[in-house]
Design a protein around this ligand. Structure first.
Ligand code: ZN
Length: 144
């Protein structure tokens, strides 16, 4: 039985996934030196983050990093907001393109969690909320 590369938990076959340290979408190879076994949920969370960001993410979440556990719903695994806020998102501060706004809208309208949307857009949760406010999708949070 193998263990998760990231959290060290023993993996059951049905919960396991292969993580490509360098995403295949970014030129990573499907070879043993680029593949590790890990929890399916964390694999989904990482998406095609590059290796540096994955480690930043794991390291910043302190020594007791645990892969997200969502029973029977690996596809909607969501990482605690504080972890997302700890890692500076890749697209932090970049201007929004019209295309990205459309993606944001459609994801939001499909009831995707804001945390999950933030991961897809590689932006912070706060930035996603702010943009949704701007787009008239949600009301500004109470500042009191
Ligand atoms: Zn794990």
């Amino acid at each position: 039985m193998s263990k998760c590369f990231f959290c060290g938990e023993k993996l059951r076959l049905e919960d396991a996934s292969i993580e490509h340290l360098k995403p295949v979408s970014k030129g990573g190879t499907r070879t043993e030196d680029n593949e590790v076994a890990c929890c399916a949920t964390v694999n989904h969370t990482f998406g095609d983050m590059d290796l540096k960001r994955k480690f930043e993410f794991v390291l910043k979440s302190s020594s007791d990093f645990k892969c997200p556990r969502v029973k029977g719903k690996a596809s909607t695994a969501v990482v605690p907001e504080k972890l997302l806020l700890a890692a500076t998102p890749e697209n932090h501060g970049l201007a929004w393109s019209e295309k990205e706004e459309k993606q944001l809208l459609s994801r939001y309208q499909q009831d995707m969690e804001i945390e999950a949307i933030a991961q897809r857009h590689k932006r912070g949760v706060g930035a996603i909320r702010a943009r949704l406010v701007k787009l008239g999708q949600i009301e500004e949070m109470n500042q009191t």
